[in-house]
Design a protein around this ligand. Sequence first.
Ligand SMILES: [Zn+2]
Length: 327
Amino acid sequence: MMHKTHTLAAALLLAVASALPMAGMAAEPAAAAVQQPQQAPGFYRMQLGTFQVTALLDGTHLFPVDQLLLGARPGEVDRLLAQQYLKAPVEGMINAFLIVQGDRVMLVDTGAGDLYGAEGGGLVAALRASGHGPADVDDIFITHLHEDHAGGLLRDGKAVFPNATVHVAKREFDFWTNSRNQDQVGPLQRPFFAAAQSVLAPYRAAGRVQTFEPAGQDLVPGLRALPAPGHTPGHSVYLLHDADQAMLFWGDTVHVAAVQFDDPQVAIRYDWQSTQAIASRDALYQQAVANGWWIAAAHISFPGIGHIAEGAPYQYRWVPANYTLNR
Ligand SMILES: [Zn+2]
């Protein structure tokens, strides 16, 4: 033991000595010590059985959660945020997810495209950094037709994904593509009609929009849609499954993780029907806990991949994925 320690100490000394500049050798000039603002490229990947899942960061935006959340008890939002060292406005994520199996390349949601200004629109850069281009994408599964999920279908008036079929629930498609439904929503949600119609337009013109009934059968092998209505009429979630593993991709089931895991009853002003949205959220939490599903979430801190746990002192809590080098 003693001998080993000595050897280690000697090795360390040698390492320190060799790191010092040698006498008489010109030292390299020190780089200017400036802080650099950017993060690493916004992608993160892991394996789910034979599927490779890559989270793509489209952008982040400051979310005034104190003004947007509904139905919280007095002081509840501030208290739950403070417990996670947060306060309003909270920096919110816009995540989308790439799924690759063999030569099939699929995308769940597309980020905001041009519709969130500089706060969104990073999806294609993240996709390229991860080793894929927009032309590789065969299928796009849209959770719902709000701007931060479907907006990335279009950039500068052009379809971003030249080879992809866009899959969206029939009820969702029918609702947002019919402007007569505008009187069913509040003023906050009215701009979503024109936005949804414009981002879908080139795909519709090319016959590349396919609607589905989220009845639980696979849309493509290993991926099925489940209805989760309330946030929007046809809001859907996608369950990816392979052997005994499964991952649930959701759009707007959770906007503020710090609040809505402990209190699923807290809703958001952007909900079409908040009572139904709350019921959908609660049902998904219960299913995810019971089945041990992975969750891939649009608005949970990047990469938005983790599990849900149940238990005191919280009703539910978010358990982020442990980092992997994905070897
Ligand atoms: Zn959203």
